[in-house]
Design a protein around this ligand. Structure first.
Ligand code: FNR
Length: 188
């Protein structure tokens, strides 16, 4: 069976390089897995008053999409050495109401991209810490960081072969993690 993955991009802008990485992966994955991108534009600022029965429609849709997926690929720009507030805000919504995190136990691959040669790496640890709290199941592997990303994107899509195969190796590890998690559940 083809595994369905959910892609979340921490950048909302139209010409986002981060979103372009997800689009490039959509293309490159072929039959390995399906990758749907869930746009975060409609997610409001987190408010605990509304996180249970009054959750906004966009937040419900995000939680359902995460629950329906086998795993998540999360990519963020590095904003002032952290993940983007857009992504953190979405993760806060997805993690609640307390005890009902849509991301609980979900295999997640983190990626960062930046025009800088450091590739947004300073945001990775923060993503990892947040996922540990949720608690998701971040894939424990060398980080996927894409430096000089603006030169590797064409027409809204990552096209650089080296960057694509670097990122695809991470996706392969994510798929492995998903299969292992399912195997363990089946054996229990
Ligand atoms: C940035 N940028 C940036 N880049 C970086 O490598 N380290 C950083 O700490 C920051 N900080 C930062 C803060 C803010 C508020 C902005 C708007 C930008 C530059 C950033 O990497 C660049 O704008 C990317 O192109 C943003 O990602 P998208 O939108 O292309 O996905």
């Amino acid at each position: 069976t083809q595994l369905s993955l959910l892609g979340l991009s921490g950048s909302l802008r139209r010409a986002s390089n981060s979103t372009a990485v997800l689009r490039g992966l959509q293309n490159a994955l072929g039959s390995r897995a399906a990758l749907d991108i869930f746009p975060l534009h409609a997610i409001p600022l987190y408010n605990e008053d509304d996180d249970a029965e009054h959750a906004p429609e966009s937040v419900r849709a995000l939680r359902s999409a995460i629950e329906a997926s086998y795993g998540v690929i999360m990519i963020s720009p590095e904003y002032n050495h952290g993940m983007s507030g857009v992504l953190k805000n979405a993760l806060d919504w997805a993690s609640r109401p307390y005890g009902l995190s849509a991301l609980k136990g979900k295999p997640v691959l983190t990626m960062t991209a930046s025009p800088a040669f450091t590739g947004g790496v300073r945001a990775q640890q923060q993503m990892y810490e947040t996922l540990a709290s949720i608690p998701a199941r971040p894939v424990f592997r060398p980080q996927i960081v894409i430096g000089g990303v603006h030169e590797k994107v064409r027409d809204g899509r990552l096209i650089d072969e080296a960057a694509l195969s670097f990122a695809l190796a991470g996706v392969d590890d994510l798929l492995e993690e998903i299969r292992a998690a399912r195997f363990v559940r089946a054996a229990a």
